[in-house]
Design a protein around this ligand. Structure first.
Ligand SMILES: [Zn+2]
Ligand SMILES: [Zn+2]
Length: 321
């Protein structure tokens, strides 16, 4: 149902992508809303995730101009009549969108939402409309499009946080940090003294290292090709590091944990690392990895290969509230 005639239209500033690989340009756009189930959030900070960069890289003219950004944090300025979780003035961090009614959402696994793709990559509201349509631009990326001065979010992808928390530091909790930490704590449920190898220690991998340290995993092995990152991984909790450029990963991990590791988290999407992740966890039960897609994968003693997206639990549970 289109109700735009009853809604406010305001001017916002946003970084608009109009060509492959950018650059984005700051433009003034008209935004319609908030609707009853939306809150207007003034963005204070936004992380830049690799997915934003990939989207810009794969952009095509047929996609039209879009606003990316999905690690937003800010202050609620206005709420629609059906918004329950926040009030104007609240500080919030934003995460991915989900439908709330499918089987996965009802089972408190919104990362497996049956409408995940269209709600996060569809550049539209759940009903197919788009608040930035007055200027022919598409927003609602991950239910936010946070590279903007203001966004519209819903109860399902906002988490109220303490005003003492720095929004600049909190913004990446919405994607990268909860993906890495949530994988270790929720999906793999790594426990005290269990071994874990983390392939790739960028934002997601380093968050996984910190979570592994919190749950007292041992050893915590970080694999990367950059010694600077590996050094940081050690500072954050890795008990051993392997530079994949300088040594053979399987031999090095095998020396550290001859019986095979309990868990591996693969964050690079590189086929060689994916195979290594499957291999180091499958010594007792070798299996092929034909299921592996160009997404980060999880392996649990070779028994489980699943997409990282499924590791992220409800943002309202995994993030600080
Ligand atoms: Zn992301
Ligand atoms: Zn759903």
């Amino acid at each position: 149902m289109l109700r735009s005639e009853n809604l406010k239209v305001r001017n916002i500033r946003a970084a608009v992508l109009r060509q492959q690989d950018g650059p984005v340009k700051i433009e003034t756009l008209r935004m319609e809303g908030p609707r009853d189930d939306e809150a207007l959030v003034r963005i204070v900070a936004s992380g830049v995730c690799h997915t934003d960069i990939s989207m810009a890289h794969h952009w095509e003219p047929a996609d039209g101009p879009v606003v990316l950004g999905h690690e937003g944090a800010g202050v609620v300025e206005e709420v629609g009549g059906k918004i329950k979780s926040v009030r104007p003035g609240d500080h919030v961090i934003l995460s991915y969108q989900s439908c709330g009614v499918c089987r996965s959402c009802r089972g408190r696994r919104p990362s497996g939402c049956s409408r995940f793709y269209e709600l996060n990559f569809g550049f539209q509201r759940p009903d197919g409309t788009n608040a930035l349509a007055p200027d022919g631009v598409r927003g609602h990326f991950f239910g936010q499009s946070s590279f903007a001065s203001h966004v519209l979010a819903t109860d399902r992808n906002m988490v109220r946080v303490s005003k003492r928390l720095s929004l600049q530091e909190a913004a990446p909790l919405g994607c990268g940090i909860q993906a890495g930490a949530g994988t270790i704590v929720n999906q793999l449920a790594v426990r005290h003294k269990e071994s874990v190898v983390i392939f790739g220690v960028g934002a997601v991998g380093l968050s996984a290292v910190m979570a592994a340290r919190i749950v007292k995993a041992d050893p915590i092995i970080a694999v990367d090709i950059l010694s600077k990152r590996l050094k940081l991984a050690q500072e954050l909790g890795a008990t051993a590091v392997v530079n994949a450029r300088r040594s053979d990963v399987l031999t090095s991990v095998g020396r550290l944990v001859p019986e095979g590791v309990d868990y591996a988290l693969e964050t690079t999407g590189h086929p060689v690392m994916m195979r290594a992740a499957a291999h180091v966890t499958s010594r007792r039960e070798p299996r092929h990895i034909s299921q592996v897609m160009a997404f980060p994968i999880l392996c649990r003693r070779g028994k489980k290969l699943s997409r990282l997206l499924r590791a992220i639990r409800c943002p309202r549970i995994s993030s600080p509230g």
